[in-house]
Design a protein. Structure first.
Length: 202
């Protein structure tokens, strides 16, 4: 099975990882996406936030969380007292997976093989940053780190020790946008994020 491990330079910093990721052919998704969308943010951040994969806007612009879900995340972070410039934002899968409907590109969830193939990039990001906390935004992100049996609904809002850092799981901001009760879903999402600062102050 192909994997990003064949493309990750050992002991590289974030700039070296980002350059190498442009040429990643660790799974078939690179053939269809516009580009690799690597993580961005503070290289010494205590907080890494990881989502599922880039969306259409992210794929076109080359930056994570710049679409509607990203704008909602920015607003939620601000309400939780955390600036976007304080965190490092990335995704479990670095290429946009989609199906075409006419001219539109519709998000398609990455499968387990694609998630596992891309995992070495996230592991390298964490090695370079050495955060105290990783916030998993949604099921795919959480399962990419904590295993395929992990359930966000059962563990949401808990701090879980893992691999030298804490993991906090919550929903992906895109699920808030899709919620039939968006106001309530958003308020719960903000409450999850509000747990971050007090925990890091411990």
């Amino acid at each position: 099975m192909t994997s990003a491990a064949d493309f990750v330079p050992p002991h590289a910093g974030l700039s070296g990882l980002r350059r190498a990721a442009r040429d990643c052919h660790g799974c078939a998704l690179y053939r269809f996406a516009e580009q690799t969308v690597f993580g961005e943010g503070r290289a010494d951040s205590d907080i890494v936030m990881v989502g599922e994969q880039p969306g259409d806007r992210e794929d076109r612009q080359g930056h994570p969380f710049v679409g509607p879900a990203g704008r909602l995340l920015d607003r939620a972070l601000a309400e939780a007292g955390i600036g976007r410039d304080q965190v490092y934002l990335t995704n479990a899968v670095k290429h946009f997976k989609f199906t075409r409907r006419g001219k539109r590109r519709i998000h398609e969830q990455p499968n387990r093989t694609e998630v596992v193939a891309c995992a070495p990039w996230f592991e390298a990001e964490v090695e370079a940053i050495r955060p105290r906390l990783v916030v998993c935004l949604g099921r795919v992100a959480a399962q990419s780190i904590l295993g395929p049996d992990f359930r966000v609904t059962a563990e949401r809002g808990r701090f879980i020790p893992h691999a030298g850092y804490l993991v906090l799981t919550t929903v992906h901001p895109a699920s808030v946008l899709r919620s039939p009760d968006r106001e309530h879903a958003y308020a719960e999402f903000v409450e999850d994020l509000k747990r971050i600062t007090p925990k890091l102050a411990d």
